[in-house]
Design a protein around this ligand. Structure first.
Ligand code: FE2
Length: 276
């Protein structure tokens, strides 16, 4: 069974595992996040998050979030007077990036024997949980995530990052499911998002464009787990539907590789990376 999964993952660059997570476990994570959002005061850290906006990448709020729990807003969450168009809870794009280490409920969800076994099955020798994100993909205003490879943002030498993407709600073409190019992970890494102090830049490594055709929708039911190879080109469309598309994404690297020191994501020495 695990070998079959490995074959699929190696051939397509992604693997869909329906029903991997129980409904109760999805509920627990969603309930916990609801509490966290209610407790969060946006104040002057109401940073608009958008992968299409370069300014954001230079925002210290984002760059310091690797070992914290921080809240990022949808690009279209604010009107031109800077007021939220919808309630706070309907305006958040995502929360990241150390939920798995700092919150007990997320820690529990993110670490178990089944995930450890899966990581080994897809070739990660010494898994380390690097980054976690709760993604809301809000109804009507949930923004597009442009086509990218995760290794652009989370780089090791050699490339080892694998995304563990949990559907906490059904993901459909209507509400902005993932799309990926099967086999696209066999291509090169096109770019790296590198950090120099508080500045970041996207450095091109290979001019060949990421595919714009041949991408397939990954429509999955609540409780599904999708594994994404770090070189797999993938994207998600804006959500113009009336239903949200909550997901939890965990990015895992292999501790036997070298973590690139110019990655954006830095961790404090007193919060070392841990495995499953
Ligand atoms: Fe991604």
């Amino acid at each position: 069974m695990l070998d079959e999964r490995r074959n699929d993952f190696e051939r397509n660059g992604y693997l869909v595992l329906p029903g991997f997570v129980s409904s109760d476990a999805c509920d627990a994570l969603q309930d916990r996040m609801r509490e966290m959002v209610e407790a969060f005061e946006p104040g002057d850290v109401a940073t608009i998050f958008s992968t299409t906006e370069k300014n954001h990448a230079q925002d210290a709020y984002f760059l310091e979030s690797g070992d914290k729990i921080r809240f990022f807003f949808e690009e279209e969450a604010f009107d031109n007077r800077g007021q939220l168009r919808q309630s706070k809870s309907a305006s958040i794009n995502k929360v990241g990036h150390a939920l798995h280490d700092l919150d007990p409920v997320f820690d529990r969800f993110s670490r178990n024997a089944a995930l450890a076994e899966l990581a080994i099955a897809v070739g990660i020798n010494r898994p380390l949980l690097l980054q976690s994100m709760y993604i809301f993909k809000q109804p009507r205003i949930g923004g597009e995530v442009i086509c990218h490879q995760d290794a652009t943002f989370l780089h090791t030498e050699p490339v080892s990052v694998v995304g563990f993407w949990f559907a906490l709600e059904d993901a459909t073409k209507e509400n902005g499911c993932l799309w990926a190019a099967p086999g696209g992970h066999l291509g090169s890494l096109r770019s790296r998002f590198v950090r120099n102090g508080n500045k970041t830049e996207l450095v091109t490594l290979d001019q060949s464009p990421l595919p714009t055709e041949g991408l397939e929708p990954i429509e999955v039911e609540r409780g599904s787990l999708v594994l994404l190879h770090g070189l797999l080109p993938h994207w998600s469309a804006p959500n113009r539907s009336s239903s949200s598309r909550h997901a939890y994404a965990l990015h895992v690297i292999d501790g036997d590789t070298d973590y690139s020191s110019d990655n954006w994501l830095k961790r404090a020495d007193d919060l070392p990376l841990r495995g499953f």
